[in-house]
Design a protein around this ligand. Structure first.
Ligand code: SF4
Length: 199
């Protein structure tokens, strides 16, 4: 007899399947470019984020990894000349990481590895996509509240988010938006005031 799980369990299985698809897509690029999946994610992060989010500690927090694991993964990137570190003058124990010109070239060669996933989403109606974004950001928000996700990096769990009945606002940029405009992966994200994860 076929096993029939509760809807929550089936949704969790569906999310796991999507995560598996994502892993498989990044592995394809990773094998081709001789970089590990996490090294690819580090290159993308270092390209997009401001200096204060380009330290070993920030990477560890962002990707829920231990600092030694981050440092180990960075060594080959430095050896290949894809990234460089600059010691902070005020605190010589910490350094800011940045892509080199060679690193930027490598990033361009990686291409849009998520394309198949984005294409799979694009066939749905605007209403379906809006509902999905609202649902997924709600799930991420709960995982963030539970401490399972260290950096939510999206509007509804951001210090700058000002919710409204139909229109919301980003207090940092002044942008007004509905549920379809919820940002995920925002470089300007900040955890709510007083949250120790800002430290
Ligand atoms: S800073 Fe980014 S995540 Fe925060 S509310 Fe503004 S757009 Fe959203």
């Amino acid at each position: 007899m076929a096993e029939y799980m509760d809807i929550e369990q089936r949704i969790a299985s569906a999310l796991e399947k999507i995560s598996q698809a994502q892993r498989s897509l990044i592995w394809e690029v990773s094998t081709r470019e001789k970089l590990s999946p996490i090294q690819i994610q580090f290159l993308i992060h270092l390209d997009r984020f401001p200096a204060e989010q380009r330290t070993v500690s920030a990477l560890a927090r962002e990707f829920d990894l231990a600092k030694p694991t981050v440092s180990d993964a960075l060594v080959p990137l430095e050896e290949k000349g894809l990234i460089a570190r600059k010691t902070n003058e005020e605190d010589r124990r910490s350094a800011t990481l940045a892509l080199t010109a060679k690193g930027k070239k490598k990033l361009a060669a990686l291409g849009d590895w998520r394309r198949a996933l984005v294409d799979a989403v694009s066939g749905f109606s605007a209403g379906e996509k809006e509902s999905a974004l609202k649902f997924l950001s709600g799930v991420i928000g709960r995982l963030f509240d539970e401490g399972v996700v260290s950096v939510a990096r999206m509007c509804t769990a951001c210090e700058h988010y000002r919710p409204g009945d139909e229109r919301h606002r980003c207090a940092l940029t002044g942008r007004g938006f509905g549920d379809a405009g919820i940002n995920v992966g925002c470089a300007s994200y900040r955890a709510p005031a007083g949250d120790k994860r800002n430290e």
